[in-house]
Design a protein around this ligand. Structure first.
Ligand SMILES: Nc1ncnc2c1ncn2[C@@H]1O[C@H](COP(=O)(O)OP(=O)(O)OP(=O)(O)O)[C@@H](O)[C@H]1O
Length: 529
């Protein structure tokens, strides 16, 4: 009533709307509503809602531990805590509280709390599974009697983001403390590690994520230890660089056929296919492609199940990121690269390759190729100056880091196509390569879209695609994906060529102008990198 009176007095009937407000406040229904609300408030305010605790027993021993009663209303969410048993004393403890889970949000249960009772049942001596059964049987509410841990560890963990280098499924891991609390991930997924208190089992969220609750994942150490066990999606791959760096340059050169490409001379496209055929013919003696660069990130990426990453946003004054296209032979990598350059040669450039062959009359060193002697070429190999190099019909060809950097330093965007096993060579602090994987569409779409297309093989220049080419392409794609998927920043399914070009342009823009997850060593280079 006082409020209404006050408003009545302060209302100026000349002001627009005041009249309406005045009559509204005078409306009998609103007056009764306000009165009812105020009276309800007064009634509630007078009540004592403090819990009524039982009187303290008089004969309590002096060393009685302080206990806490935690009562929770059960809903569909899991409790978000795991328990463990002390095998010597038989006591049951909270092993961990899952970040963002029910128990965590309640703030009432903590790792290390000793559980005395669940719903009135003493649990000492029980197996953890039996405790869980007691908890599962409870209806409506669940009550824990716990002895709180006296010294809770201080969590001053720094946020850690990683890229998964392997697949993981908690349902197939018998070692996980609680499969339901586990989180599966696929290679290439970005994970936010929210808790590393346990050296074996971390808590993580998959990004981008709307999940409130984290999941349990094996730590780096545990994954390394377990890498040969069945829950790896594939057998451990020995480190490519470790293998290849051991071979002498001369040995590598004879083993490798290199694809030569030049965007203005499109007739050269397709050599990668011949290289592949050569490799296959000499399969028994072939080693993997010999990358001349073996940065530490390469070593760590293939040996560590997680690669630490940070968000990187290229600044306008920074050099562009190198664009590296890869995919199975014949899928259209070169076609896409060439189209992009043709679209805007002032912005996009390929890297000029080195060769040991003699220049033709119309050729000029530094335009079509850098023409060099075999000695200089070998010297560059020895000094790790090539991203990829190899031999074709007695001539050496290679893409040097300098030729890529020349394009980048000119302010243009350098776009190259690489064999998948050269990915590690371009994932470096100085090139910051954005890897685009060109994936073949399903077989029926390959047949439809490639009806008028031609491939160049070792034996034929520009012959129509055959069914076996499509099958080979699919098979090669499967292998590439199983080994390298985690390194792909973007995937383009090359179905309709026009669509793929548009997708490529969008990806290129994103790579240069939007924040991306990159290895932490690119931003905070370590001594070894
Ligand atoms: N989306 C597409 N639809 C139809 N034809 C395509 C498409 N993409 C590429 N092609 C054609 O397929 C053929 C092979 O493409 P391209 O030479 O680019 O393959 P590549 O991946 O570079 O493999 P290689 O190194 O063996 O040549 C070319 O004739 C190209 O024009």
């Amino acid at each position: 009533t006082d409020v209404i009176e006050e408003v009545k007095q302060s209302v100026n009937p000349d002001v627009d709307g005041a009249e309406i407000l005045h009559s509204l406040l005078n409306a009998p229904w609103l007056q009764s509503l306000l009165k009812a609300l105020l009276s309800a408030h007064d009634t509630v305010a007078q009540k004592d809602y403090d819990p009524v605790l039982p009187p303290m027993p008089e004969d309590l021993p002096d060393d009685e531990e302080a206990t806490r009663i935690v009562c929770m209303v059960k809903n569909k969410q899991p409790l978000g805590a795991t328990i463990k048993r002390n095998e010597i004393t038989g006591e049951i403890f909270v092993a961990r509280v899952i970040c963002g889970g029910l128990a965590d949000r309640s703030g009432l249960l903590h790792a290390g709390d000793r559980i005395l009772e669940v719903n009135g049942f003493p649990v000492d001596g029980m197996e953890p599974e039996q405790v869980i059964q007691v908890q599962a049987r409870s209806q409506g509410t669940i009550m824990f009697k716990v002895v709180p841990i006296t010294e809770r560890p201080i969590h001053n963990q720094t946020m850690l983001y990683v890229r998964a280098m392997a697949d993981y499924s908690p349902q197939q891991d018998p070692a996980i403390p609680c499969a339901d609390a586990g989180m599966s991930f696929r290679k290439g997924d970005i994970l936010e590690i929210v808790d590393q208190t346990d050296s074996l089992w971390w808590q993580a969220k998959k990004l981008p994520s709307s999940m409130a609750c984290a999941g349990l994942i094996p730590s780096t150490n545990l994954l390394k230890r377990k890498q040969r066990e069945f829950w790896w999606s594939q057998p451990y791959q020995p480190h490519i660089c470790m293998q290849t760096c051991r071979c002498s340059p001369t040995l590598c050169l004879t083993l490798l056929k290199y694809r030569v490409y030049l965007y203005i001379l499109s007739k050269f496209t397709g050599f990668r296919r011949s290289m592949r055929l050569c490799r296959r013919r000499s399969h028994s003696t072939t080693q993997p492609s010999c990358h001349t660069r073996c940065p530490s990130s390469c070593y760590s990426a293939l040996n560590c199940p997680f690669e630490e990453v940070v968000r990187y946003q290229r600044l306008p004054q920074d050099a562009h990121r190198l664009l590296a296209l890869t995919g199975p032979s014949g899928v259209g990598v070169n076609q896409l690269r060439r189209r992009l350059i043709e679209m805007n040669p002032n912005i996009f450039r390929g890297a000029i390759p080195h060769t040991t062959r003699a220049p033709k009359a119309y050729e000029e060193s530094g335009r079509e190729y850098y023409f060099t002697s075999r000695e200089i070429f070998d010297n560059m190999v020895y000094n790790n100056r090539f991203l990829e190099y190899g031999e074709h019909k007695g001539t050496l060809y290679g893409t040097s880091i300098e030729s890529v950097k020349d394009v980048l330093n000119s302010g243009r965007i350098c776009i190259i196509d690489i064999e998948p096993n050269a990915i590690q060579a371009v994932r470096t602090h100085e090139l910051k390569a954005y890897i685009i994987y060109v994936k073949p569409p399903p077989l029926e779409r390959l047949r439809e879209t490639r009806q008028d297309s031609y491939i160049t093989t070792n034996y034929y220049v520009n012959r129509p695609f055959k069914e076996e080419d499509f099958q080979e392409m699919e098979e090669a794609a499967r292998k590439i994906e199983s080994q390298y998927w985690q390194f792909f920043d973007h995937v383009i399914v090359n179905d309709e060529l026009q669509d793929s070009c548009i997708q490529l342009l969008t990806a290129v823009r994103r790579a240069q102008d939007e924040p991306q997850w990159v290895p932490v060593s690119w931003i905070r280079p370590t001594a070894e990198s």
